[in-house]
Design a protein around this ligand. Structure first.
Ligand code: TRP
Length: 379
């Protein structure tokens, strides 16, 4: 074969591999969607058979995207009776940046937002990575169960690397999906509510649980140390854009944070980008900025975006913005009020987190004891 022929074959092979990966991705998405519907039905019957883990990176204040995209759903599952553990993923902050930033402040702000939103510390556990040594220790045996090729192939890691521009990949960025598996497995969570971008991590978590069982064995012969975790995808995924119709980013100033006051919220929404078509319609593909505003009003009032668009119709973008301001400020008012009360008492917030960390440590110590036993490292 000539060099050009070889190159052509290589290119075709790459394209074929990519097509297979894409088809795999679609198949696993369909599978996860189906499994999610099944889990929702099982939760209604017996929520106690589940343990839910979810988390956020404390890189900034929580905003309306977090609120409508995940927090509302967490509250719903907590209220349905699912035991819930919420991780403030402080070690994950440094996967793709040089410093931790004002981390202590951000962690406390996050605790305040969780509580204000309705996370109940009596029923749910809030904790931080850095306070749980046994969780982090799981990373060592888990790293032995994956190859560097598997990690380099992870589409989420690839996307996150690309998003950091020219930054070289840190060892932590490459291995953070394994750390995330430790987040899920330290507490033997079997349900992880995530967006579809996180599906590769859940799949890796399942692989690690399985390989641990095959390679290192069990502490109790009747069952593996780690369960098989499932992603819980939302029936209707909520994607909220920034107020300029592009991806939300604090540096672009296009984000509405939960902690903002009503006037700031109004000012930002008045400045939001719209388009020249006076007739308001819900058309996320062709009119992302306008549709995003319609969606915000719909989410804030628990309606369908199509119904909101129809109501505004030819009244135009001004009327739409007035509706969004009114709806969002009204919806967030109780949250903001509770939040203000909570941040006025930092000692209380610290106590809640300390309690959560104590509970998480007890769980992690128990799991690590089982891991040591399975690995015959009990001396
Ligand atoms: N990666 C998640 C995010 O960026 C946060 C996270 C860390 C997480 N560990 C987790 C989510 C475990 C679910 C399960 O939002």
């Amino acid at each position: 074969m000539s060099q050009t022929e070889t190159a052509a074959v290589a290119e075709a092979t790459d394209a074929a591999a990519e097509a297979v990966a894409l088809a795999d991705g679609e198949a696993s998405l369909a599978r996860a969607q189906q499994r999610s519907r099944q889990i929702e039905r099982q939760i209604v019957q017996d929520p106690s058979q589940f343990r839910l883990l979810t988390g956020d990176r404390p890189t900034g204040l929580l905003h309306v995207g977090h609120y409508f995209g995940s927090i509302v759903n967490r509250i719903r599952l907590q209220e349905a009776g699912v035991p819930t553990i919420i991780l403030i993923a402080d070690y994950q902050v440094i996967t793709d940046r040089d410093g931790v930033g004002p981390i202590a402040q951000r962690v406390m702000d996050m605790v305040a937002d969780y509580l204000a939103a309705g996370i109940d510390p009596e029923r749910s556990t809030i904790f931080t990575h850095s306070a749980i040594p046994a969780l982090n220790q799981l990373l060592l045996p888990f790293l032995s169960l994956v190859t560097d090729a598997e990690l380099r192939r992870n589409p989420t890691v690839k996307a996150e690397l690309e998003a950091t521009g020219d930054r070289p990949m840190s060892g932590l960025l490459l291995t953070y999906p394994v750390h995330q598996a430790a987040d899920i497995l330290f507490c033997k969570a079997n349900v992880v509510p995530v967006g579809k971008d996180q599906l590769p991590h859940i799949e890796l978590t399942r692989v690690i649980a399985r390989r641990f069982d095959e390679r290192y064995g069990r502490s109790d012969p009747s069952r593996p140390v780690f369960p098989q975790a499932d992603a819980l995808l939302a029936e209707r995924a909520v994607t909220i854009l920034g107020l300029d119709g592009t991806k939300m980013s604090k540096s672009k100033g296009n984000v509405i944070e939960l902690a903002m006051d009503a006037d700031t919220t109004a000012r930002l929404i008045r400045k939001a980008v719209t388009d020249s078509d006076r007739h308001i319609a819900y058309d996320p593909v062709n009119r992302p900025a306008v549709s995003n505003l319609v969606n915000l009003a719909a989410l804030a009032t628990d309606r369908q975006p199509e119904a909101v668009a129809e109501e505004i119709g030819s009244a135009g973008a001004g009327a739409l913005k007035r509706l969004v301001i009114e709806a969002l400020n009204e919806r967030l008012r109780p949250h903001r009020q509770r939040r203000a009360e909570l941040v006025a008492d930092p000692g209380h917030l610290r106590a809640i987190l300390a309690e959560g960390n104590a509970k998480a440590n007890a769980i992690a110590d128990q799991t690590l004891a089982e891991v040591r036993q399975a690995m015959r490292m009990v001396y």
